[in-house]
Design a protein. Structure first.
Length: 156
């Protein structure tokens, strides 16, 4: 039996100013799949249990999440690479006041990835942040069927 360890990383600012083409979000059409909806529903149920406001799905944040998932799939690893680009795009396009991000890899359903985020202090803090108002979400499979997840929290 083969065991996989799923890792999460914290955000960091990149010094490299070369931006991969995959981060051009102009032509991205946002279409949510079942797992995306389930993740947002589970996060909002959890937030409600803490008397926090539910998060609204924000297409502009989801465009950034989709672009980042495409990047991670192309690289074959999970990361917060180019977080500063996603954050700045949301500041410029929707006047975001705060941008946070969770990523994950290898979980096969919404329950497992949300559970992993809730069991990780930094990721749970993003979910529990009382100041965020909106959420962008993307879950996508690579050619081997492995899921990548990007979840972007925004305060408008």
């Amino acid at each position: 039996m083969l065991l996989f360890s799923t890792s999460f990383f914290s955000c960091s600012v990149e010094d490299d100013m070369s931006i991969p083409e995959v981060y051009n979000t102009q032509n991205i059409i946002v279409e949510y799949n079942l797992i995306d909806h389930q993740i947002v529903e589970l996060i909002n149920i959890y937030r409600a249990s803490l008397n926090l406001n539910p998060l609204t799905m924000l297409n502009e944040a989801s465009k950034e999440a989709i672009a980042h998932n495409n990047y991670m799939i192309n690289q074959g690893i999970i990361s917060h690479d180019y977080f500063y680009i996603r954050s700045q795009n949301l500041i410029d396009n929707v006047e975001a006041k705060k941008v946070l991000e969770n990523v994950g890899y290898g979980f096969y359903n919404a329950e497992s990835v949300v559970s992993a985020w809730l069991n990780s202090e930094g990721h749970r803090e993003n979910i529990e942040n009382p100041n965020v108002t909106d959420i962008g979400i993307s879950s996508a499979q690579d050619e081997n069927g492995k899921y990548y997840y990007t979840n972007i929290f925004v305060k408008l």
